[in-house]
Ligand binder design. Sequence first.
Ligand code: FAD
Length: 308
Amino acid sequence: MLRAFFVGLSENATLRSFAERSSLGNRFSSRFVAGTEISDAVRATQAINRGGMSVTIDNLGENVTNPDEARHSAQLYRQILDAIVANNLNANISLKLTHMGLDVDEKLAREIVSGLVAKAASMKPPSFVRVDMEGSPYTQRTLDFVHELHRMAGNANAVGTVIQAYLKRSESDIEKLLAERIRIRLCKGAYKEPPEIAFAAKSDVDANYVKLMKVLMKSGIYHGLATHDENIIRQAEAFARREKISPDSFEFQMLYGIRRDLQQSLVRHGWRVRVYIPFGSEWYPYFMRRLGERPANVFFVLRNFLRA
Ligand code: FAD
């Protein structure tokens, strides 16, 4: 219930505009957001890289409302790719199609994202664009988009997407992605979805995650297992050992500021870990979804704030 409450809050435009403009809001969000500027993301990435982990950088934003905003988002992502090269970062980028204008002008979004993928593919060393998955109205459109991008010449290793274990359709989506050798990030799913299309019980989501995770790990394609769920992570480790799956053939992925202890201990045990670093001024929906995932976060953020 609390999760649904915060997902509801994450969609509230009035609260969003108030929060993102207030310095108080910016202080609260710093628990999960690296800062507002590219230089903040670069600094955070360097620190994570020093800890033996790779990074994916996300410029926060979703649902732009006009082509200029979409072009501006694209420009920022180009600058991030340049910053990755200039600072020799072990990082790639994650983006949302609605941030690139999907709802405003699909043709423009296509141009923007294919340009970014082409730029990532041509970098030395080559980088990678992860297309994040949004709420279910975007699932099919996102998958179609990624299949199309992946088929373009030179893009095969430079673009991938995300599958949400809470959706009942995910097993069949994975089959189609694997048939084209498209890299997948598996997560549980962060949006509010109706029970007709999504598993409602956490135990069912977790069971589906583990089932899909095993399919990905056996596929011979490099995937990301995005979760902070220690129980699932232990099952992945045991499965890899049992099936003799090399630790270099997949990676765990976690969000910036969440379970840093677990991130570091996985690295110490020889597993690959990538940290998702979000930055930017449009942090409100992302931050609210994180609060809703764990009630203790609300108290954690408040306590740190009162201490400061
Ligand atoms: P949960 O069962 O939610 O949590 C397991 C344990 O992890 C909790 O008990 C707690 O100890 C810890 N934990 C989880 N969340 C938090 C938190 N916010 N704060 C503190 N501790 C926490 N979702 C999408 O829908 N689309 C995406 O494209 C997407 N990309 C993602 C990329 C990455 C790298 C990651 C890690 C997640 C992504 N997600 C995405 C979010 C994901 O769907 C889940 O909402 C989120 O990861 C919480 O699920 P969990 O697997 O950690 O398991």
